[in-house]
Design a protein around this ligand. Sequence first.
Ligand code: PLP
Length: 470
Amino acid sequence: MTPDEFRRHGHAVVDWIADYYARIESYPVLSRAKPGQIRASLPANPPARGETFDAILGDIEKLIVPGITHWQSPSFFAFFCANASGPAILGDLLSSGLGVQGMLWATSPACTELETHVLDWLVGMLALPEKFLSTSTGGGVIQDTASSASLCALLAARERATNYASNRRGCDGKLVAYTSTQTHSSIEKDIRIAGVGLDNLRLIEVDENFAMRPGALAQQIAADRRAGLTPCFVCATIGTTSSNAIDPLSEIGRICRENNIWFHVDAAMSGTAALCPEFRHTHAGVEFADSYVFNPHKWMFTNVDCSCFFVADRKALIQTLSVLPEYLRNQATESGAVIDYRDWQVPLGRRFRALKLWFVIRHYGVEGLQHHIRRHVELAQQFADWVKADNRFELAAPVPLNLVCFRHKGGDEVNQGLMDRLNRSGDLYLTHTKLANRTTLRLCVGQTNTEARHVERAWKRIQEEATRVA
Ligand SMILES: Cc1ncc(COP(=O)(O)O)c(C=O)c1O
């Protein structure tokens, strides 16, 4: 593809994306594709000769869009949001255009230094502790996902607890990790990968608001110590996936400090709320954390993937993950004056993700970001009020931010039926969870273009279908 052809086709792709956003509300939010349908529509063999770009782009609409669930639809209320925005998409395009692989500072200084700079900005924007600044003992890094970031935290915790012996000898089955019963499944996966072993993961009970009970944590740690085990890692969550519960960080943090345990905070979606001073109470106690992760690719208008991971002591992380073969040696690294982010993550290679984050922050400005986050929280709170006012429904958990957990009082089957009918209609997309063993519907407000009218329509549709299901 020549530069001129690239320019022409590039314009066509950008036009296609702009048109897609203009008509996104005309699609059923949840894809109606049947299993295997999309593959069946594709040719069995790859083309022997190259095809025209127009033919390829034409197939997006015809073959791919039917298999798309429209995460960027303003009526997408499922899971946790993964919102995108114009500046993020264009920043990502530029990153692809530059095609940089930023494993070392030397392989593109701007890739590393912009990342360090933007992550330092975020420490101030979210009012995180200064120890997470690169100018202090710590620093931030962009990872692909919170799953990977929490794995890195766990690996550093494992090494710190064993004085860096487990990297050499492997785990001895004595290391123990703690999190609540409501933790995200990624922590369980990380425990398996890190060799800690599921038998050594303690799931601490939660209170009536689904937040970890610090007393139960302290008791379990003491029992494990008495049994000759080595507690090494505690993960608390700001905004659990099922119900957006907020673990009491201050109490948990104090317990970790007394016991010299690595304290990791997973704020995957709800970390973004800390942009607004009035929501920073959700982060009370974050000053105790050894590490913290939040995903701009959930609620901060930056398309997947972009997960920001901060550590208080970068040396522990680097000592855990650094491997320096001859072919990566270079003067800048030897000088000790630069950051090589390959030592802060599992993969070697890395994309220039800071560009899209930088574009988002500059496009919206801090006040613009705050405005949108406040609007989402307001819409969710309004929805929660409607639920409370309809005696067929009840709230299933507190609503601290932008996620509403609610249920029809008719029982599990009614709720399942209600959700299936709504999702089949294509008008909106909701997902469910189990809270206190009961099927619970979740409505998460966080898509970039969701307005009052979308949430009003969602509630109207829920009420209509509730009448039918009942
Ligand atoms: C609380 C929490 N932690 C971690 C994750 C995993 O995020 P990622 O897909 O970035 O690994 C999620 C995903 O929804 C989550 O809700």
